[in-house]
Design a protein. Sequence first.
Length: 269
Amino acid sequence: MTLTATPRRHGAGPLLREWRQRRRMSQLDLASSAEVSPRHLSFVETGRSAPSRELLLHLAEHLDVPIRERNTLLLAAGYAPVYGERDLDDEEMDPVRTALEHILAGHEPYPAVILDRRGDLVLANGAALRLFTEGVADHLLEAPVNAYRLGLHPDGLASRVRNVAVYSHHLLTRLRREAALSGDPALAALLEEVRGFPDLTHPSVADHDPAQMLFLPMELTTVDGVELTFFSTLATFGTALDATVAELSIESFFPADDATRRHLRTLAG
C-alpha cells in the first residue's frame, strides 16, 4: 500500500520566511506590522513553534501572499485550504463568467480584455479582437494567447506601436513586478523569454521623463494605417475568495483623443 503524504515542504516556517524575504522585510518589520511577538515569529519560521491557521492567514495578509499560495502555506502546516480554485468553465462559475462578459460588452466600442495571473487571455470583447489581432502572426494567436508576447514580439503589435521604446519598458516593468510579487517560476521564465525578443529595446527609467511615465499612452497604427492612441486601466477583484477569480485582471482601453474615439465609434457601426 502506498501512502500519499500531505504536501508539507518541511512545514510552513520556511515558506513563510521565503515570502518575508521576497517582500524584503525583517522579522522585526513583519512582527511589528502584524502585531505578533518577534520571538514567536522566529519560532514559527524555524519550526520550533506550530502556527495556528489563523496566524498563518494573518501573516499571509500582511505579506500580501497571493491567495493560491496561501492555500500552499496552509497545506504545508497540515491545514485544509480555505480558498477555492475553480476553473472558469465550471458550471458553478457561470455567474462569474456572465458578469465578466457583461463588463466587456459594456466597454464597447472600446477594447477590453481579461487576463489571468500569467497574462494569458481569458476573455476579450469584439473591439479588442478587431484591433489587437489584425496583422498578428498566427503563432502568437495560438492558445493560450499571452498579452506580453502579443505586445512585445515584432510579429505581434510591437511593429505597429509608434512609441514602442517606452511602451515596451512599461510592459517589461509590469511583468517584472508581477514575477517578483507572485514568486511564480512561469512568470520569471516568461520575463526571460520576452527580454530576448529581437528588436526589443530596454531603456532605463532614467531615459524618460518621470512625469510622462505616470500617464503612458499606447500609440497604435492599424493595419490600414490609421493612427490611434489609447490609455488603459487595470482592475482586479480585491475581495475574491476564489484563487482563479482573484488572479484575474481587467485591462480597459480608452481613447486618448477625439480622432481615436470617432474611429472606434465608426467601426462599431
